[in-house]
Ligand binder design. Structure first.
Ligand code: ZN
Length: 386
């Protein structure tokens, strides 16, 4: 009897699904164990035998003949185990059901393992809003290009109904220009909805290790968004750079950006509230503070030896530097001002810094943040992060 040969495409499927290893013992089948030469040592074993005869191992099964040479009925095995499962004595142990189960578990596991891209993968989250009626281009290809060019990561837009990944679209929330409390509240709910449900589910299923954040929205929302990103994965924050009109971080060889922290009004160690001014893309004068804040202890983080400007955060390392300065400031606050419960934050900062503020804030140890919005030259409390 001449054995039919198995179609090439079915062979290929079995090899790929098995990851090049014996589906029983896991031996790697493309290299010799003694000489380390390249060999093709695997064999394709039929689960239901190729022929419907008692001589064909497990052949007396209802599976139609035209299905028997397909990948679903074939296992990649080493020669010894192929031989063994087809011996009379093992047929009642290595049954069709058992082999099918082993095959499908193993192939699912291999598919999952090879899909994890823990080193270079990144899950992209986009927060798309407006700033005083203005929008910026923030499509999937734009975000993908930025993560590849800036960090050589491979973007992933997982598990969404429309294949768009995690997208929080605030453009249809009314009231952006005036930024009233109803606007902040509605945007806050929308951010929570995506991060708490969709992202949490994806984290459970896909073991996300790295996230790339793209955001464009009013400042209080950026800080809030940053505060809602989990600590269990690392985050790269992107912003659109005005000079290049691109979301890619420039390959900056310019001098490092440094920051200084100053305190004012010799802050009393027992004060329950304080003010933090962040002068990075612009300068907020003490005289611009709303009246109730003017008597509170105040700290300012500003640029060292640089004029505030929108594009001043010109590299990921500049952003990292800001993050560590802010983290240090907050931990010193925690150590030296134990009674401080609320910190009023007035910030003239680029988008990436705003997200970083929320990200650094730890509600368990730091004072609550009251984030201010500037509309018509007036600073008003917008969102409280606690
Ligand atoms: Zn084996």
């Amino acid at each position: 009897m001449v054995r039919k040969s198995i179609p090439e495409v079915e062979r290929l499927k079995v090899w790929v699904r098995a990851g090049g290893r014996c589906e029983l013992c896991g031996a790697y089948l493309l290299e010799g164990k003694l000489t380390y030469q390249e060999f093709t040592l695997g064999e394709l074993a039929h689960i239901v035998g190729q022929e419907s005869t008692p001589d064909s191992p497990r052949g007396m099964d209802p599976l139609p003949k035209d299905k028997r040479d397909l990948a679903d009925n074939l296992m990649l095995l080493c020669r010894g185990e192929h031989n063994e499962i087809d011996r009379k004595g093992s047929l009642n142990v290595m049954t069709v059901e058992r082999l099918r189960r082993i095959k499908s578990d193993r192939e699912a596991w291999i598919r999952r393992l090879t899909g994890l891209n823990t080193e270079a993968g990144t899950v992209v989250i986009r927060l798309i809003g407006q700033v005083r009626g203005q929008e910026v281009e923030l499509t999937k290809p734009t975000a993908a290009e930025a993560v590849i060019r800036s960090e050589e990561r491979f973007p992933d837009f997982p598990l969404s109904l429309h294949g768009d990944g995690f997208e929080i679209d605030l453009r249809h929330v009314p009231g952006e220009q005036t930024g009233g409390l109803a606007y902040w509240e509605q945007c806050r709910l929308q951010i929570d909805r995506v991060l708490e449900h969709k992202l949490a589910d994806a984290l459970r299923e896909d073991s996300v290790q790295h996230v790339s954040v793209f955001a464009f929205a009013r400042l209080p929302l950026l800080v809030y968004f940053g505060s809602r990103l989990d600590d269990t994965f690392s985050v790269s924050i992107y912003q659109r750079h005005r000079r290049t009109e691109s979301w890619c971080w420039p390959n900056s060889s310019e001098a490092t950006v440094r920051f200084t922290t100053e305190s004012h009004l010799s802050p009393s160690p027992t004060a329950p509230e304080g003010v933090l001014l962040l002068n990075i893309s612009g300068t907020i004068q003490a005289g611009e503070l709303p009246e109730p804040l003017s008597g509170l202890p105040r700290w300012t983080i500003s640029l060292q030896d640089l004029t505030p400007a929108v594009d001043v955060i010109n590299s990921l390392s500049a952003l990292d530097e800001f993050t560590s300065v802010l983290r240090l400031f907050l931990s010193e606050l925690e150590a030296g001002h134990k009674n401080l419960r609320r910190l009023h934050v007035l910030a003239a900062v680029p988008v990436s810094v705003a997200v970083a503020i929320g990200r650094v804030h730890d509600a368990n140890v730091h004072p609550d943040l009251v984030v201010y919005d500037r509309t018509d030259g007036q600073y008003n409390a917008a969102l409280e992060i606690s």
